[in-house]
Every structure is written in C-alpha cells, then in structure tokens.
Design a protein around this ligand. Structure first.
Ligand SMILES: *[C@@H]1O[C@H](CO)[C@@H](O)[C@H](O)[C@H]1NC(C)=O
Length: 142
C-alpha cells in the first residue's frame, strides 16, 4: 500500500524527465544535502549517495562497491538537477594508470588529469568506464 506522501513524491520526481544515453529517460532529482559516495564507508538499505552526478539509494548493505547500474546493491534515483563542481586534489607522487598493472584495493592512479581510487582489486578496467571499478576523487591541481 502506498502512502499519499509517497505518491506525491513519486509524481514530483517523475514530472521532470531528461534524455540520457540511448533511449533511456532519466529523472532529474534534487541532490542537495546528499553526500558524495565515499570508499571505506558502510552503507545500509535506504542510504542515499551521489556518484558521478547521479543520486543512488542502497538496496542492501554495501561496502566499497561504488554505485553503478550493474551493481545489485544500489538503485538509481536519477540525475542531479545541479551538477556538482569537480573537487580539486593534489596528485603529486601518484603514478599514471597502466593497462598492464594489476591494482590492489586502495590503489590510486592519475588518468586524463584526474585522480582515481580503486576500492577493490582491478586489472584492466579503465578509470571512468562503466564498470565503476575506479572512483574519481577529483581533478589534479599538479
Ligand atoms: C545510513 O543511514 C543511517 C540511518 O539513517 C544513518 O545513521 C547513517 O549515517 C547512514 N550512512 C551513510 C553512510 O549515509
């Protein structure tokens, strides 16, 4: 059974639709006050987070699995109506990503001028690809 509040919220959320990749239409949602996804943080069912400018809700306990479509631990609520500005970070001493290297969880690399973090072991996945293996931590200032 749905409450009136839930229906009102659902109607409000679905009233703004925007095209995204392919023929999928993605809701635009308000991400104010929702924290960016963080590694080494436990999320439980119902927790919300923002990852790559999208709002996600944990469907179950989740740890070091960044939200993305293939992960069963998160459901996508929609794209943030106000995109977040990139965080600026120092990349001093961080090596560039290398396709031949196997990275342990906790590794950091630079790629295309950004700093990336791997929560889990990763081999050939490219930072920024749809696997979500790499989490962007910010834009390198140096
Ligand atoms: C998850 O939700 C619980 C209950 O509301 C809250 O106490 C906790 O801080 C949330 N955790 C995160 C990482 O958002």
């Amino acid at each position: 059974m749905f409450s009136t509040t839930f229906i009102a919220a659902a109607v409000a959320m679905s009233s703004v639709l925007q095209p995204s990749a392919g023929l999928v239409f993605r809701r635009t949602v308000n991400c104010d006050n929702i924290l960016d996804w963080k590694p080494n943080t436990q999320y439980t069912a119902g927790n919300q987070t923002v990852f790559t400018n999208e709002l996600w809700t944990a469907t179950q306990w989740s740890y070091n699995n960044p939200p993305y479509d293939a992960a069963n631990e998160w459901s996508l609520d929609g794209s943030c109506s106000v995109p977040r500005p990139p965080v600026k970070v120092s990349c001093q001493g961080i090596a560039a990503w290398n396709k031949q290297t196997q990275y342990d969880g906790g590794s950091k690399v630079t790629y295309n001028g950004d700093l990336w973090y791997a929560p889990n072991w990763v081999s050939s996945n490219v930072p920024g690809d749809k696997s979500g293996s790499w989490v962007e931590e910010g834009v390198c200032t140096n």
